[in-house]
Design a protein around this ligand. Structure first.
Ligand SMILES: Cc1ncc(COP(=O)(O)OP(=O)(O)O)c(N)n1
Ligand SMILES: Cc1nc(C(=O)O)sc1CCOP(=O)(O)O
Ligand SMILES: [Mg+2]
Length: 207
């Protein structure tokens, strides 16, 4: 499967009261990867929601990624996204198997991406590229870094952090394969607008 296009990431606060409606609206518009990102400790709810999202993803032929939690990913047969403090990649690959999608946060550091590639990551993520209300404190990354990453890495490159329809085009032009978006997708006033935004993000890869 080609990892290229929109990477939608859920946010439990932003999507409160409209979680499945907005997620399905995004899937309707086209989503390459969907990440379930819930930073709570409510294991029962996390399992329930992850299973529901997996069923929805199967219907739309989208791959589900669980943020932070390789055990939950293994339990339901999804992929996982691991940050630098979320545990090592090698055991996660052993746990999830060769086919699983495993992503790695590399902030603004190429050496982290090279290491992640060696340890079996399926994609590497750089960010944040713009101001983010979802994660304001994340380290910043630049288009120059993206150029260097594109020239030296042979893995799909994901970009994240404050991405919107207004600022995403240069990231694609500088070699990003996956646009990871929370607020710029789900911070919409209606489900129809989420679908429209998803289509418009994907169209950036065809222009
Ligand atoms: C696609 C993608 N890229 C980066 C992150 C951030 O991961 P991390 O640094 O572990 O921070 P949290 O999201 O866990 O707060 C991500 N989740 N997804
Ligand atoms: C979860 C996350 N990680 C980041 C990083 O830079 O590693 S930025 C970020 C938040 C992404 O949400 P939004 O699209 O609303 O800015
Ligand atoms: Mg994490």
């Amino acid at each position: 499967m080609k990892l290229r296009g929109l990477y939608a990431i859920t946010d439990s606060q932003l999507l409160a009261g409209k979680f499945l409606k907005y997620v399905e609206a995004a899937l309707e518009g086209g989503v390459t990867l969907l990440q379930y990102r819930d930073k709570s400790d409510d294991q029962a709810r996390r399992l329930r929601e992850a299973e529901t999202l997996l069923t929805l993803c199967e219907r739309y032929k989208t791959r589900l990624i669980i943020n932070d939690d390789a055990e939950l990913a293994a339990r339901i047969g999804a992929g996982v996204h691991l940050g630098q403090s979320d545990g090592p990649l090698t055991p996660a690959r052993a746990l999830l198997g060769r086919q699983a999608i495993i992503g790695s946060t590399c902030h603004d550091q190429l050496p982290l991406a090279e290491q992640a590639a060696k340890e079996g990551a399926s994609y590497v993520a750089f960010g944040r590229f713009f101001n983010s209300t979802t994660k304001p404190g994340a380290p910043t990354a630049s288009l120059e870094l993206l150029d260097q990453a594109r020239a030296s890495l042979h893995l799909p490159i994901c970009v994240i952090g404050g991405i919107s329809l207004e600022n995403a085009a240069p990231l694609v032009n500088h070699g990003a394969d996956l646009l990871a978006v929370v607020h710029g997708l789900f911070g919409a006033d209606s489900a129809d607008e989420v679908t429209r935004r998803a289509r418009a993000f994907n169209a950036l890869f065809n222009s």
